[in-house]
Design a protein around this ligand. Structure first.
Ligand code: GDP
Length: 444
């Protein structure tokens, strides 16, 4: 998970102040020194760190008498506000054209995640706005890029325009745009080529494509794992193309976070989206304030709630609650629930969004193995429809059949069925207002 080291160091830096009623200049200096080191260690740009520390120090010195907050809370508040500012303050929406199509051109080094991001963003627009995008495959140098885009388009039922690898990308873009006008597509994405490093040929090609397409948005895709290099790359592309926004990918990896924290301040360009996984729905709008909360280990409840809302089908949930109440919740419902939870992403990541949990030592020991979920599913898949609907049918010989069908030991099958029955009993009790003394104790 991104920012782990930074969160820990920042929390440690501030923890020293928690014990103090009054903060001396020396205390403040020491805390600022540690925050500075934490940011540099996270690979944040040197000048950005310098300005940040200066501002926080000035504000902290002036704000010593703020009422209602203890010194540590005051510093956290100031650091939170300044981190948010450093990353751009507000979420910045996609530029849209007044008349269709809105043209979005991608740029970035090879492997940064351009093609993947085209897929993610097109799907997002399709789902959220019922949009009809056209994807133009203009990366002719990496043959797999065209196949990759065509496969994504196929899976998502979004059309892809390609002319193979023998036609000049400028011509591909011209013809693709003409087709989009003809078909009244509301968005056009141009997936361009990348190189391992910035080079003149590539930049000339991108500049020509920009002239031809007159894009409303030029998104620069940056791999967050590349740290300081990411910032240099951004400056290089921006100089020639004047990009309009940044997409930071691979924020699900264990990046130290420097790129996320520096890019806006160095280039002045807003981070518009962040990629947080390889799946097509792993793209989120970038909210500087939420990211700052996450970095400070204060959690990101808003994102968690939004994820829950997006991934949970309300009707399905109502149906399940009704079944729990009527005690008819069966293994089919159970499977649906498992799927919903899995769609939300790794459970450890979800837990970290809860305030105070990011650096909770207890979390370090939680390791929810996705395989366990798969094993449970395999057992349920081995059941006949009648067994799924009526778990009481599962006598010992049927259980043995499930074990061999799913390739799991019989004890695991027994444990899973026992847990299912207990859960069902507990949920039924809850739904009907019958609360056990233990549960009552937990809620008090
Ligand atoms: P391109 O050369 O810029 O078009 O890069 P690709 O779209 O082919 O992406 C390169 C690799 O990065 C692929 O394996 C992607 O699955 C992966 N990738 C892209 N975005 C993300 C992300 O947000 N998180 C993770 N973990 N992987 C990503």
């Amino acid at each position: 998970m991104a920012f782990e080291g930074l969160t820990e160091r920042l929390q440690n830096a501030i923890a020293g102040l928690r014990r103090k009623g009054k903060v001396t200049d020396a205390d403040l200096r020491e805390t600022m020194r540690e925050i500075r080191l934490a940011l540099l260690e996270a690979d944040v740009n040197f000048d950005v760190v310098k300005t940040f520390i200066k501002t926080v120090r000035e504000r902290a010195t002036g704000a010593k008498v703020l009422e209602g907050l203890n010194p540590a809370q005051q510093i956290v508040k100031i650091v939170d506000e300044e981190l948010t500012k450093m990353m751009g303050e507000e979420a910045t929406p996609l530029n849209k054209s007044a008349k269709i199509p809105t043209v979005i051109m991608m740029s970035g080094l090879q492997g940064a995640g351009k093609t993947t991001t085209v897929g993610k963003l097109a799907l997002k627009l399709k789902n959220e706005e019922n949009a009809r995008p056209l994807l133009i495959a203009a990366d002719i140098y990496r043959p797999a890029a065209i196949d990759q885009l065509e496969k994504l388009g196929d899976d998502m039922k979004i059309p892809v325009f390609s002319l193979g690898t023998d036609v000049n990308p400028r011509e591909i873009v011209k013809q693709g745009l003409a087709l989009a006008h003809e078909q009244h597509n509301d968005y056009v994405f141009i997936d361009t080529a990348g190189r391992l490093q910035i080079d003149q040929d590539l930049m000339n090609e991108l500049a020509d494509i920009k002239d031809i397409a007159q894009p409303d948005e030029i998104l620069l895709v940056i791999d967050a794992m590349t740290g300081q290099n990411a910032v240099q790359t951004a400056e290089g592309f921006d100089e020639r193309l004047n990009v309009t926004g940044v997409v930071l990918t691979k924020l699900d990896g264990d990046t130290r976070g420097g790129a996320a924290l520096s890019i806006r301040a160095v280039t002045g360009k807003p981070i518009k989206f962040v990629g947080q996984g390889e799946k097509m729905n792993d793209l989120d709008v970038f909210y500087p304030d939420r990211m700052s909360s996450r970095i400070l280990g204060m959690g990101d409840m808003l994102t968690l709630i939004e994820k829950a809302q997006k991934d949970f089908d309300e009707k399905q949930a109502e149906e399940q609650i009704k079944k729990m109440r009527e005690n008819t919740f069966d293994f089919n419902d159970f499977l649906e629930q498992l799927q919903q939870v899995q769609n939300m992403g790794p459970i450890e990541d979800m837990l970290k969004m809860i305030p105070g949990m990011a650096n909770n030592p207890a979390l370090k020991n939680i390791n929810v193995n996705p395989k366990d979920m798969e094993h449970i599913k395999a057992i349920v898949y081995s059941m006949t429809p009648a067994e799924r609907q009526n778990p009481d049918l599962l006598n010992p010989s049927r259980r043995r059949r499930l074990a061999s069908g799913a390739g799991r030991p019989i004890v695991e099958v027994n444990r899973m069925i026992k847990q299912f029955n207990e859960m069902k009993k507990m949920m039924n009790g809850l739904m009907n207002g019958k609360v056990s003394p233990q549960m009552q104790g937990m809620m008090d």
